[in-house]
Design a protein around this ligand. Structure first.
Ligand SMILES: Cc1ncc(COP(=O)(O)O)c(C=O)c1O
Length: 409
């Protein structure tokens, strides 16, 4: 009875725990910590969605067990979103399922399709459930680069030639957590061609479909002709409508994968509480100005954060999408590693960030900074970081080209 359970042994200690502990102690001492370490949306759910929940909850018929795969109107509403947004037609009966947040769907699909010992291809760094959903299910994970470019495609090619057994599934996530990389449709075309040729399932995580800041609007992999032969895509109301606590997501695409997920979920759950499903229909089918408003809030925060960090002497690329900046650790602190640097920043600047190592070994050398506080708090954070950088003599001496002016894109 002393030995750890098999599945638990496969889950390494939580990398974020150390920083979280330091954060909790600082708060217990009464320090004001600006927490940019989480990916938890802080803006309220739009009121028409909340009202629909309140209205429906008053109806006793809504209190019974619901439908595991989602009420028909909800599956139709998701199909309507795909039609409007991506020009992708979906059959709500066979190609759509509602999930208890996209995280649950990712984990349960992994368990539905995995045999022990299967090889799964997962970007590194990535959102933890991308690899751990499969690890819990007994698979082996082969890491691939997280960049939506030739490097990933070359690594995929090597993986199919050198992995034993041959990979059965591949995960992608753009706009990405934690890296904020965004993919375009041409990249998805290559990915779909590759996966069809080698008979590999693709699970695309599109949780940040609507959180983008520039002209590149994130596409769906299902826009690629033939994608439905091998791909399923996860979307979520968590970020799009600030509904993270409601636990409402979807999987859409390949009918065999949807059927597998439907089957396993029918054994595990009775679906989200009906009023939540009805309110989710109101979100997807009601007025959409709130989506642009939420996007604008993140864009403004992105601009404030990046401008402030640049002014502090920290050269962080401006993210095109997602809720995060993926920041290379300043040269001066690189040897501390991402956990050490995060702890130092917390202790001295009062700013919490997520160490890159928590997203996989290739996340080392980076920290993830969340756009999860208002602009005033972000300004306060970047002022504290500026002071911290100056105190440590960490501001790089600018190599000035007189023809180039400082600008923030
Ligand atoms: C890339 C990615 N996928 C999925 C999720 C989980 O979202 P949900 O709330 O739909 O489970 C998150 C949450 O942060 C995420 O960053």
């Amino acid at each position: 009875m002393t030995e750890e359970f098999h599945r638990i042994r496969r889950l390494p200690p939580y990398v974020f725990a150390e920083v979280n502990k330091a954060k909790a102690s600082a708060r217990a001492r009464g320090e004001d910590i600006i927490d940019l370490g989480m990916g938890n949306p802080d803006t309220p759910t739009p009121s028409h969605i909340v009202q629909k929940l309140v209205e429906t909850v008053a109806d006793p018929r809504a209190h019974r067990y619901s439908v595991s795969r989602g009420i028909p109107g909800l599956r139709r509403a998701l199909a309507g979103y795909y039609e409007r947004r991506f020009n992708v037609g979906l059959d709500p009966e066979t190609e759509v399922i509602a999930t208890l947040g996209s995280k649950e769907g990712l984990a349960n699909l992994a368990s539905a399709i995995t045999s022990p010992g299967d090889t799964i291809l997962v970007p590194n760094p990535s959102y933890p459930i991308h690899q751990f959903g499969f690890i819990i299910a007994g698979a082996s994970v082969r890491s691939i680069p997280a960049t939506p470019d030739e490097e990933m495609l070359r690594a995929l090619d090597r993986a199919v030639h050198h992995s034993v057994p041959k990979p059965t599934a591949l995960i992608v996530n753009f706009p990405s957590n934690p890296t904020a990389y965004v993919a375009d449709l041409d990249f998805y075309r290559e990915l779909v061609a590759f996966a069809r040729k080698h008979e590999i399932w693709i699970m695309s995580d599109l949780a940040y479909a609507e959180i983008y800041f520039g002209d590149r609007v994130p596409p769906s992999i299902l826009e690629v002709p033939g994608a439905k032969d091998i791909a399923v895509e996860f979307t979520s109301l968590s970020k799009t409508y600030s509904m993270a606590g409601w636990r409402m997501g979807f999987a859409a695409g390949n009918p065999r994968l949807i059927s597998a997920l439907t089957r396993i979920k029918s054994y595990l759950d009775y679906g989200a509480f009906t009023p939540i499903q009805v309110a989710a229909v109101a979100a997807l089918s009601g007025p959409q100005d709130c989506v642009a408003e939420i996007r604008n809030i993140y864009r403004e925060r992105r601009d404030v954060l990046i401008r402030g960090l640049h002014a502090a002497g920290w050269d962080v690329p401006s993210p095109e999408g997602s809720m995060f900046a993926w920041a290379p650790i300043p040269e001066k602190f690189r040897e501390l590693g991402s956990v050490g640097f995060s702890k130092l920043l917390l202790g001295e600047a009062g700013v919490a960030v997520a160490p890159g190592l928590g997203f996989g070994e290739h996340g080392e050398g980076f920290v993830r900074i969340g756009l999860v506080e208002n602009t005033q708090r972000l300004r306060q954070a970047t002022r504290a970081i500026r002071h911290f950088m100056t105190e440590h003599n960490a501001v790089p001496t600018p190599q000035r080209d007189p023809a180039v002016t400082d600008s923030v894109s």
